[in-house]
Design a binder for this molecule. Structure first.
Ligand SMILES: Nc1ncnc2c1ncn2[C@@H]1O[C@H](COP(=O)(O)OP(=O)(O)OP(=O)(O)O)[C@@H](O)[C@H]1O
Ligand SMILES: [Mg+2]
Length: 265
């Protein structure tokens, strides 16, 4: 379980301080796919980076399985982070490494012998349906394939939690669908708890059990996707939903909208 308690984060600069997160209180239960949705600049990435302490909160607690991460020293924190893997919009693969070598990377860090790590990495690539791309470099892969490699690499350390920051935002609708299916499968079969950060309502509708809406650094509501979409309680949530129902002449937006209505209503 992840408990975020009274968390605050301000970015300080010479000119002006910027309050990015204010009094965040959230609980993510084991086994959930928990969504965080909000407009650009709302504080979503800052929040997910505070969960694994890539960003250190100014105050508040990040308690994971009863352990407050803010109290750990560097060595303890690095050891704990093995439970938390992350995937990103930009995939963040090592361009000079093949798909297989990318997936092997976390296993190298923990000194898993070469033969064993190759076996584990090949199995993960097979699970992602891209074993035939094991020796391809990232530049030779499509966006969806790159994200599959990134997921395989994230799973290599056998994490309990997967943090996804806009993991499908760079993908076309078809690749988005397949990555969301993979995330759902990982959650259900491997019992990995997932946090999904997104600005796309369709992502929330398709895979999340609960969702928090974040606006200007504050959580304005937290509920099931159905309740959020059908019965939004706050103005920012209402605006977010209304903005998705405008057809902007953009195919991705239209398709998202169709998935959204098909899934939720
Ligand atoms: N290192 C930093 N220094 C100063 N301000 C920052 C820093 N990182 C983020 N911010 C500010 O904090 C706010 C929240 O940023 P964040 O990246 O968390 O937003 P987001 O919700 O993830 O947006 P997007 O959907 O565009 O990714 C933004 O206004 C951003 O400019
Ligand atoms: Mg972001």
């Amino acid at each position: 379980m992840i408990e975020i308690v009274s968390l605050n984060k301000t970015f300080k600069s010479n000119k002006e301080d910027f309050v990015a997160l204010e009094d965040i209180n959230l609980t993510v239960n084991d086994g959930e796919i928990f969504g965080v949705i909000g407009l650009s600049g709302a504080g979503k990435s800052t929040l997910i980076r505070c969960i694994n302490l890539l960003e250190r909160p100014d105050s508040g607690k990040v308690v994971i399985d009863g352990q407050d991460l803010t109290l750990l020293n560097k060595k303890e924190l690095n050891a704990f982070r093995k439970n938390l893997s992350m995937i990103f919009q930009g995939f963040n693969l090592f361009e000079q490494r093949t798909a297989l070598q990318n997936v092997c990377f976390p296993l190298e860090l923990t000194n898993v012998p070469k033969e064993e790590r190759t076996k584990i990495a090949l199995e993960l690539l097979e699970q992602m349906g891209i074993q035939d791309k094991a020796n391809s470099y990232p530049s030779q892969l499509s966006g969806g394939q790159k994200q599959r490699v990134a997921i395989a690499r994230a799973l290599a350390s056998n994490p309990k939690y997967l943090l996804c920051d806009e993991a499908t935002s760079a993908l076309d609708p078809e690749a988005t669908e397949s990555i969301l299916s993979i995330i759902k499968e990982i959650n259900q079969k491997q019992k990995i708890t997932v946090i999904v950060i997104t600005h796309e309502l369709s992502v929330i509708a398709k895979i999340c059990d609960r969702v928090a809406v974040i606006h200007n650094g504050k959580v304005c509501e937290c509920n099931t996707p159905t309740q959020i979409f059908k019965n939004p309680q706050t103005e920012p949530t209402k605006k977010l939903i209304a903005s998705a129902t405008f057809l902007r002449g953009n195919n991705k937006c239209r398709l998202n909208l169709l998935i959204f209505f098909k899934t939720v209503i």
